[in-house]
Design a protein around this ligand. Structure first.
Ligand SMILES: CC(C)(COP(=O)(O)OP(=O)(O)OC[C@H]1O[C@@H](n2cnc3c(N)ncnc32)[C@H](O)[C@@H]1OP(=O)(O)O)[C@@H](O)C(=O)NCCC(=O)NCCS
Length: 121
């Protein structure tokens, strides 16, 4: 999925930022009590949202949307003109249900630009 940046109109919150192999990890909460996390990277002027997650007991309270807003703002501030992400929703495993993530991304202006199908012989 893709959307242009900057993304106005999304809420934001204060996050801790640490460098990681993919780029940066944004965290809300304490080290042993992480509430929400996002991992982002930058490929030229294309931002990548590698991961976003909210602790199960903290979901549906706006934290995911605010974390997304913060991640997109972070990328814009570092020169990204667009942001892409991948949604792996093909496993059928309820642990990997991406219904919430897809609804969040669509409501935040992301549009599907391609779909990868994988097959096993
Ligand atoms: C996706 C995720 C980060 C959303 O976090 P959250 O804090 O619950 O999100 P919010 O409360 O900010 O909700 C934002 C929007 O997400 C959608 N959403 C959230 N939970 C949903 C659910 N259970 N079913 C359908 N839509 C849902 C809604 O569109 C919601 O907007 P609304 O409240 O105005 O209806 C969280 O569900 C999560 O961590 N999921 C597991 C990890 C994951 O799938 N990560 C994405 C990998 S691609």
């Amino acid at each position: 999925m893709r959307r242009p940046l900057p993304a106005s109109g999304l809420p934001r919150l204060e996050t801790d930022v640490e460098p990681v192999a993919e780029g940066w990890r944004l965290t809300v909460g304490e080290k042993d009590q992480v509430e929400a996390q996002a991992t982002v990277g930058l490929l030229g002027t294309t931002g990548v949202l590698w991961w976003i997650g909210v602790k199960e007991t903290a979901r549906r309270r706006g934290l995911g949307r605010a974390m997304l807003g913060s991640a997109l703002y972070f990328l814009s501030a570092r020169g990204a003109h667009e942001v892409i992400l991948y949604v792996d929703d093909a496993s059928g495993d309820p642990e990997q249900d991406r219904t919430a993530a897809n609804a969040l991304y669509e409501s935040a202006g992301f549009v599907q630009i391609d779909r990868l199908f994988s097959y096993q012989r």
